[in-house]
Write a new protein. Sequence first.
Length: 242
Amino acid sequence: MSDDLAAPDGLPWHWEWVPDIRPDDEEYAAWTAHIVALFADWTSEGLDAARLAWPAEAGVEFPFTSDMVGQGAAAWLLHRAGQLPAWSRLAWGAAFVQGSARWAPVPVVVEFRRPREEDPNYLMEVVGAPGRDGDARQPTIDYVTTPIGDGVQVFALGRTPEGAAFGRAEAAMRLDVPPVGGAASVSSDVVLTTVVFEMGLMALISAGVEQLMQQIAHDCAPPADGGPARLGFATTTEESQR
């Protein structure tokens, strides 16, 4: 299974999965180097400008490098992913504006659940479509269609107890994977959750979450050649861990 969630052309997002690895795993160094390389490419121009503007009277050299940014992002993502239950995974995204990465990493928790009810409309409650305590106004609701199932996306503005504004983006979809290779068909409810605080990112997060939904559905569907799906969820649902 690949851990890339490649961005389709024309969409200003880059998505990847955070792998389930630890510092002593063989893949740890390679994955960290991959993240460092991405952030070096995305942040080099901004850091160069900040370095030039660093005041000489500060008495110390500019304290940040692209490697430090990437290493910090990799460590934070692995720590966050390690806190999730077995039926969840962490995806992270980068939002682009005019070809440059503006926000990264943007984490999204993705849960794979065995359907609780035959009618997937119960997922409207799961993602807070009627509203949640703390919402500043009624959520906006958009419906999403994928090749193997449909879903709903919810966005609402809220405020923390300290008064900071944030946007909650939640989504859910019922995926029905057709039988392949003699295996039975599989259904899963996929729930996505994230919170963002930057106003500009609030304007882009819905497009990013929808792209992630489409990519998950694509990777769960069996390919045309009859091989295994890139992303399997039949053995990682919530109830299977109980």
